[in-house]
Design a protein around this ligand. Structure first.
Ligand code: C2E
Ligand code: MG
Ligand code: MG
Length: 450
């Protein structure tokens, strides 16, 4: 009988007294190679390094030609293989491990940009793993996939965030391939081979496409209806698959390509609105506007001409602007936004709760809608403080005559709370992820059937 070692990646955890006799003073003599398994409490004992990791376990090294390197830790090899297949299809180089000690070694050598973690690997739990990763200042995106209760999943994610780790979504098992793909795509980094010219060509070649995420109206007491949708750009890259906006919008903003990118998105959206109109679908569509565009005084007129050409009612277009953008040059922004409003475009302040808002400027700007950022909304089912803030934002917005849309509702608890505080609309994975145009039309049709 012995106490098992509680060091998560110690290779001797099942040997007698591993925990007790770990590191004693005077053991370190320098005659042997130290163990390179993290946190091993025997790293200074003879042969620890040699017998720690079976030969051949660690094979892949970080390859700069692959900017997207995924390391998977799951004790079921079949699941690892399935994850590997999906990840490779969208452009990841993949290594997987079925034991915690392999993971530690592989991590050091492979330097993953993304990690999939199961929460229970033998005796080692995910909380220990996250703590070890945080100690190593891990900058990889971390996706937790586990069969444990969703509340525990959410808490572990929160804990990782508090450690300063880059936590992606959490997924419960069994995992849908589509969900896995979507989560991993959020971690695809702009490959170094992608340059301003590549993005410029992609815009020219119209490789950018738009997905649409429904916004659900919560105001009616019984039947919830689809209120509108948000247009979210993606890049259908011939080599790297579908790239999320986080991987190329910053490049577009830095290089000035954001202007032609937005023109393309607006063209696609305008085409889509008129196409849906022919099919009898007449919902407003929200488009995201980068801060830079709010310095172009001619923007409102150009936008109005674009819609008039297709005989589209201006009220069908909602412009989403982040609060920090709205505060950068308040006078010029107010000029542009007021003219947009006079032309009957709806203005929405996006990601509210993340920037350094001046509430005074906020009420001076002619917004009609306020969108509460996802980072606050995902917290409401766990943190009383988040509830207080969200409730206060809803009251504030209503007192200023704005409607409120909450972003990022992922579960029924969040929805119940949002309804209870009088939030007008909600957008989130609980209802639907962003969908290609045909998928969105089908969603609306199915929804209306109940
Ligand atoms: P955003 O405008 O705040 O859009 C909402 C983001 O939250 C979208 O991510 C959406 O997929 C995600 N989201 C919505 N509900 C949930 C949920 O329940 N859970 C989780 N985990 N995520 C949810 P996406 O599509 O990756 O877009 C990210 C950001 O990229 C957008 O944030 C927006 O700022 C920017 N973006 C997207 N399209 C465009 C565009 O055409 N032009 C510009 N300038 N920016 C864009
Ligand atoms: Mg938005
Ligand atoms: Mg937002």
């Amino acid at each position: 009988m012995f106490a098992p070692c509680n060091v998560w990646d110690c290779d001797r955890r099942d040997t007698p007294n591993c925990a007790e006799d770990a590191v004693r003073e005077g053991v370190v003599s320098g005659e042997f190679a130290p163990c390179n398994v993290w946190d091993c409490d025997r790293r200074d004992t003879p042969n620890c390094a040699e017998d720690a990791v079976p030969e051949g376990v660690v094979s892949g090294e970080a390859n700069p030609a692959f900017p997207n390197r995924l390391l998977i830790l799951d004790d079921e090899p079949d699941i690892c293989s399935m994850f590997q297949k999906v990840a490779e299809e969208i452009g990841f180089q993949v290594q997987f491990c079925t034991q915690a000690y392999e993971f530690a070694q592989t991590y050091e050598i492979f330097q993953p940009t993304a990690i999939i973690l199961d929460l229970m690997i033998g005796e080692v739990d995910g909380v220990e793993l996250l703590r070890s990763l945080a100690q190593r200042q891990c900058a990889a995106d971390i996706l937790i996939i586990s069969g444990v209760d969703t509340r525990i999943l959410a808490t572990v994610r929160r804990l990782g965030m508090n450690h300063g780790l880059r936590m992606l979504a959490t997924l419960g098992k069994p995992v849908l391939v589509e969900d896995l793909r979507a989560a991993l795509r959020q971690s695809l980094h702009t490959p170094p081979t992608i340059t301003e010219r590549d993005l410029g060509d992609a815009i020219e070649l119209k490789q950018l496409i738009v997905h649409y995420q429904p916004k659900i109206d919560l105001r009616s007491s019984d039947v919830l209806t689809v209120d509108s949708c948000e247009a979210l750009v993606r890049w259908q890259h011939p080599q790297f698959g579908l790239l999320m906006p986080g991987t190329f919008i910053p490049l577009a903003e830095r290089t000035g390509l954001i202007s032609s990118l937005t023109d393309l998105v607006l063209d696609l959206v305008v085409d889509q609105i008129s196409c849906w109109r022919e099919e009898g679908l007449n919902l407003p569509v929200a488009v995201n506007l980068a801060p830079q565009l709010l310095s172009h005084l001619e923007f409102p007129n150009r936008l109005a001409r674009r819609l008039s050409r297709r005989k589209i009612d201006h009220s069908k277009l909602v412009l989403e602007i982040t609060e920090s953008a709205a505060m950068e040059d308040p006078v010029r922004t107010m000029d542009i936004l007021t003219r947009c409003r006079l032309k009957q475009f709806t203005l929405s302040v996006d990601d509210f709760g993340t920037g350094y808002s001046s509430l005074v400027e906020l009420y001076r700007m002619p917004f009609s809608e306020l969108k509460i950022d996802r980072s606050l909304v995902t917290e409401v089912d766990q943190h009383e403080d988040a509830k207080i803030i969200v409730r206060s934002i809803v009251d504030l917005a209503h007192n200023l005559g704005l409607t409120v849309c909450a972003e990022g509702a992922e579960g029924p608890e969040a929805l119940t709370f949002l309804r209870s505080v009088g939030c007008d609309k909600v957008q989130g994975y609980f209802f639907s992820k962003p969908l290609p145009p045909s998928g969105f039309a089908t969603f609306v049709e199915e929804w209306s059937k109940g």
